[in-house]
Design a binder for this molecule. Structure first.
Ligand code: AMP
Length: 281
């Protein structure tokens, strides 16, 4: 695997790949890689000639400084994992490389409705930061396919919107959420949870399934209240439990058996923010 730390070298390597007509698959990450990330790399390897992974903990997408400071960094373990998976190029830029000056941090993206709800509402500025780094990466990597995890459901829609704004020809491949045996969605932030917190954290996925299972007989509003009370009694601080149209993410108050919907949850457990979601119908 080639490890590259600057945009110039990355572009020159990829130009050679482009000129041979090789398809490029791209998996952007913030590192502390786990099997969820690995599943994206595997999918890219299956579908593309060349797989590029990036690791960059993007300061501009953290609206909470503590979360940024404590974000796990395990690059010495990430590299052998990527090598084992057969990743072709790891892009590992510095902050100065990604944001060389103030101007590079100041662009604004018209994300509309997506920016004002759920993650957008509770993490002001988060998606602007995501778009800044992803636009820069996409412009250099110019992938044919971009592999994203459904775990970050709203992020997938935001990046699709970004690709539209860029008028780029990039296909987003949304990959299913990989979970622990307990059902807990794999996440780099899980590294910050103790053994007992990990057990409690698995209750989030149980709550999503509980809502889904009872969606035929009970109203969403009732189930939302019941699960909020239950999770709060276990020590969670709930930011939202929401129901939305799975294609547009428009929020909905009622289950619609004929529509693909998604239940989304965000909650803190002892200061660690966790998110998860479940598609129903
Ligand atoms: P992150 O490093 O958290 O920014 O995630 C990088 C990519 O991996 C994003 O597209 C995530 O949605 C995806 N991802 C994170 N966790 C999982 C998971 N448990 N299963 C599948 N994909 C995931």
């Amino acid at each position: 695997m080639m490890i590259i730390d600057n945009f110039k070298d990355l572009r020159s390597q990829l130009s050679t790949a482009n000129s041979f007509g090789n398809s490029i698959g791209f998996v952007p990450t913030m590192g502390a890689l786990h099997s969820g990330h690995a599943s994206l790399i595997i999918k890219s390897k299956e579908t593309c000639d060349l797989t590029v992974c990036s690791i960059f903990v993007n300061p501009l997408q953290f609206n909470n400084r503590e979360d940024y400071i404590h974000y796990p960094a395990t690059v010495e373990k990430d590299i052998p994992l990527l090598e084992e998976l057969g990743c072709d190029i790891l892009f590992l830029p510095s902050e100065e490389e990604v944001y060389p000056d103030e101007a590079s941090k100041n662009k604004h993206y018209e994300l509309g409705y997506l920016e004002n709800i759920l993650e957008g509402k509770f993490r002001p500025g988060h998606f602007q930061g995501v778009c800044l780094v992803v636009e820069r990466l996409l412009a250099i990597v110019k992938p044919d396919l971009l592999f994203l995890g459904q775990k970050d459901f709203q992020q997938c829609l935001v990046i699709e919107k970004l690709i539209q704004l860029m008028d780029a020809d990039i296909k987003v491949v949304k990959c299913p959420t990989l979970r622990e045996d307990s059902g807990l969605a794999k996440s780099s932030r899980n590294l910050r949870l103790t053994e007992s917190e990990l057990k409690t954290a698995a209750e989030l996925y149980k709550a999503l399934n509980f809502i889904s299972k009872n969606s035929k007989d009970q109203s969403f509003i009732h189930l939302q209240k019941e699960t909020t009370d239950h999770l709060e009694s276990l020590g969670f601080k709930i930011e939202y439990i929401a129901l939305a149209n799975a294609n547009t993410l428009e929020l909905e108050d009622n289950f619609k058996p004929d529509t693909k919907q998604v239940i989304l949850i965000a909650a803190y457990l002892n200061g660690i923010r966790l998110i998860d979601n479940l598609i129903i119908n």
